[in-house]
Each structure stands twice: as C-alpha cells, then as structure tokens.
Write a protein of this length. Structure first.
Lengths: 218, 41
C-alpha cells in the first residue's frame, strides 16, 4: 500500500516537474517537447511488456506452468495498451510539430504494424476454444511476434528517413539538458512502477478466474 | 502560454489521480475476492 501511495505521489511530482521544472527542448515549436516525457516512457514500457510476454511464453512452453501463461497474457495486454498510448501521444506531437496527426512516417507506420501483430495475438486467444491448445498457440505466437519488435521499434525507423526526432531527447546524447534528463529518467521509473502495479493486478485477476473455473468442475 | 501549460498540467494531474484511485479500488476488490476464495479452500 505504501509503495503504491509513493508511486502515485512520484508520478504526480513528475507531471508537475515536466511542466514547471524541465526546460522546453531546443529545436521544437513552443512547449511541444514536453510530451516526450510521457511518450518515450510509454513506448519503452510497451517494448518491455512485449519482452516479458515473450519470456513468459517460453517458460510456459518449457514447463506448462499456468502462471506463466497468465503473465504472458497480462504483459501482452499491457504492452498493447502502452503501445496505443505511445501512438496517441506521438500523434499529438506530430500535429503540433509537423502539422497533421498522421503522416505515414516510418515510426508511425511501424508502431501500427506492431499493434496489428499483437491485436492478432488476442484474436488467436479468443478463437481457440480448448484452453490448453489456446495457451500453447498463444505462447508460440507471442515468441514469434516478439521477433518483429526489435526490428519495428529500433531498426526500421533508423534505416529509413524519418521526421521523428532522435538525438534531442536521447538521454545518451551529451547535449541533453540536466533538468530534462532528471525528469525523463524519473518518468521512466514512474511508468515502470505503474506497469508493474497493473501487471500484478491483472495476474491476480486471471488467477482468481482460474480458481473459479476449477471450482466449477469440482 | 503559461496559463495553457498550467491547464494541461492540471488536466494531466486529474487524469493521473483518477487512474490511481481506480487502481486502488480495484486492488481492494481483488484482495477481498482473494480472501474469500482462499478461506473457502
């Protein structure tokens, strides 16, 4: 409870710092760069969630542990959610910076393809009636789906010319303002905590549903 | 510009506290269900 209260407070502090403490980055119109304190962590958490889903899927296929399937499903759902959030915040930034919400920019296009790939994961889970087969197929699909993630998130946007900013908000760049870096890293930490909280809740819900189904057949 | 920024910050804070409140309530409901499920077992 204390940890969740601290996380709630921390995220509120980050939101305030993003608007009042951090400086607006150079080279962006007005204050538009501030959205990147939210957009970039959302994209990172989506990637992390898909990675966790893939690892849990490998564990499920290796040991047939039901909890691994719950983790894989929950992580994929949250990855999808954060991916949608990253797409929405990216579109808002695109409107403010490039004049339209959607430009078929390589980064925008690759994130939509990623959403479709993981949308198919949920369609697969819904389509298979047998529970055991559903888990096996979903696990296999999750592993294959993750093969596309590094390519779509890291490779495609770099081998094609893109409007998407690269260096200005890159923490590894020596030019990043120290205040901006602090808020950015704080935001990344806050989003990670939020993801872990939501993941645990989802796993507990699936576990309860599993118990309920088993009790029905007793 | 500053007023606009404060407004957006305010909206963000309201949305965040709404989400956190929802997660807290959900957490409590799940805890109650877990307690009643484990007591039955």
């Amino acid at each position: 409870m204390i940890v969740r209260a601290l996380l709630t407070t921390w995220m509120a502090v980050i939101i305030i710092a993003a608007f009042l403490y951090a400086e607006a980055a150079q080279g962006f119109p007005g204050e538009t760069s501030r959205i990147l304190f939210f957009h970039v962590p959302q994209a990172w958490i989506a990637t992390l969630a898909f990675l966790i889903s893939m690892i849990a899927s490998v564990l499920y296929l290796a040991k047939r542990n039901v909890k691994a399937d719950y983790i894989a499903q929950s992580a994929a759902e949250l990855g999808f959610l954060f991916c949608v959030l990253a797409t929405v915040t990216g579109s808002i930034f695109a409107k403010a910076t490039w004049g339209s919400f959607w430009n078929w920019d390589p980064r925008q296009t690759s994130i939509v393809i990623l959403l479709m790939i993981y949308g198919a994961y949920f369609a697969l889970r819904s389509a298979v009636p047998d529970t055991e087969r559903k888990r096996v197929f979903a696990a296999a699909y999750s592993i294959l789906a993750f093969a596309a993630v590094p390519f779509l998130v890291f490779v495609v946007p770099r081998i094609t010319s893109s409007l998407h900013p690269e260096n200005t908000m890159n923490p590894a760049s020596p030019g990043m303002d120290p205040k901006t870096l602090k808020v950015f890293l704080g935001s990344l930490f806050a989003y990670t905590g939020l993801f872990v909280w939501m993941l645990r809740l989802k796993i507990r819900i699936l576990t309860l549903e599993g118990w309920r189904v088993r009790d029905l057949f007793r | 510009m500053k007023d606009g920024l404060n407004f957006v910050m305010g909206v963000n804070l309201v949305v965040w506290f709404g989400i956190a409140f929802y997660l807290f309530i959900l957490d409590r409901k799940i805890k109650k269900l877990e307690d009643s499920t484990y007591n039955k077992r």
